[in-house]
Design a protein around this ligand. Structure first.
Ligand code: PLP
Length: 389
């Protein structure tokens, strides 16, 4: 593993971000459709609970595994909402879901272990895998199959060295949502090959059109093979508070706690108190975020369908349209398209090659409605003026 290989994993997003920053510094308004977060005002419940936590002097070192109250209420939430069967000893509070994934791969991987990653993938999976000596095995999916993994293709990728399967249901970047039967088939294959399934469920509360979300943690017969990653970031619009969770067996939680004790010493106390309040009002806050995101998705869908010749499918979950450039009438590399969109139309998008799929772009509908409308209009105007091919 070299540093350059890690940089390479991140380069497309870093590239777009730095171009964005340069333009903003020179006073240009950027329509940022690249952000992976639901941009909403801070919910009043979160503000009040943060102030209260400070007034109550919740400002000293926390228990390493998290406040017992938070572990307990997060566990009640996942059990009651998704039919899981965890106890609070199965729950570790971490600094965002990403750090949960980091700790898990740090703990699970030995040099040369293979990690099965479905492509298109969230950028951090291969990078963190390599960081801990693992070998990312990329399992391709395709748009014609709604970006869902073909069980036969998955089974074929399970070699003797394969140790972990990372599954991101409620997907970034494709917004794919798996059904109960599809998940069961995947878990069966994983168990047969003795894989640990790291189920990244951070978008579980962002499903649209009343679609059901099924947690891999709800299959009690596969409980020993599954570790669930959860987070307050997307479900409660709390990205900056950095609160995530690992749900796993008690032994694993103890091992990860030891890693936390030698690294971050636990999660910021104010954030933990705010997260407790968020879970006390989980349906209200998540419903507010979900409804706002469904509205933004619909606005984006209507704009895309109006301006382009194809009928786009509504994403059923998360925050993203993953769009083939050919559907926009363009046949260039995704990175080239994104730098052109930013430089010439002031629209920030993420190139598909960041997710392992060139000739696609990721458009986030998490941002404010005005930016979505003006950004897409600016992009269309640019394409119409300069030709689409
Ligand atoms: N997993 C996926 C698929 C994501 O898209 C993200 C954030 O963008 C995360 C995990 C990490 O979220 P956080 O660390 O904010 O909980």
């Amino acid at each position: 593993m070299t540093n350059s290989s890690l940089c390479f994993e991140n380069s497309a997003t870093v590239f777009i971000n730095s171009l964005c920053q340069q333009k903003q510094l020179s006073g240009v308004k950027i329509y940022n459709l690249s952000v992976g977060e639901p941009k909403l005002a801070v919910h009043q419940i979160l503000i009040s609970s943060a102030i209260e936590a400070m007034q109550q002097a919740k400002t000293f070192y926390p228990p390493v595994a998290g406040y017992p109250e938070l572990r307990s209420i997060a566990t009640e939430w996942i059990n009651s909402r998704y039919g899981c069967n965890f106890t609070s000893k199965n729950c570790l509070v971490v600094n965002g879901g990403k750090f949960g994934i980091y700790l898990l791969l740090q703990n699970l991987l030995r040099k040369g272990d293979e990690v099965l990653i479905l492509s298109p993938y969230w950028v951090s999976y291969p990078a963190i895998t390599k960081l801990f000596g693992g070998i990312p095995i990329i399992v391709e999916t395709n748009e014609n199959e709604n970006w869902k993994v073909n069980p036969a293709v998955l089974a074929q990728a399970c070699t003797a060295k394969a140790k972990v399967l990372i599954l991101n249901n409620g997907n970034n970047p494709t917004s794919t949502l798996y059904s109960k039967t599809e998940l069961k088939n995947i878990l069966m294959i994983a168990k047969k090959h003795n894989l640990t399934v790291l189920s990244d469920e951070v978008y579980s509360g962002l499903t649209y059109d009343s679609q059901e979300y099924v947690s891999c943690g709800s299959f009690l017969e596969y409980q020993n093979n599954v570790i669930v990653i959860q987070s307050c970031s997307k479900n409660f619009s709390m990205t900056g508070w950095r609160i995530g969770f690992v749900f796993a067996n008690e032994t694993m939680i103890k091992q990860l706690s030891a890693l936390v004790s030698q690294s971050t010493s636990g999660v910021t106390t104010i954030s933990q108190s705010v997260a407790v309040a968020a879970f006390k009002h989980a349906d209200e806050i998540n419903g507010w975020v979900r409804n706002a995101m469904q509205k933004r998705r619909d606005i984006t869908l209507a704009l895309l369908n109006r301006h382009f010749d194809v009928q786009f499918k509504p994403p059923l979950s998360s925050l993203y349209f993953f769009i083939a450039l050919k559907d926009l009438g363009v046949e260039i590399k995704s990175r080239h398209f994104c730098s052109m969109a930013l430089e010439e139309a002031n629209v920030a998008l993420v190139p598909g090659d960041a997710f392992g799929k060139d000739h696609y772009i990721r458009l986030s509908f998490g941002t404010v409605e005005q930016d979505l409308e003006q950004g897409i209009t600016a992009l269309v105007k640019h394409l119409n003026t300069h030709g689409r091919v």
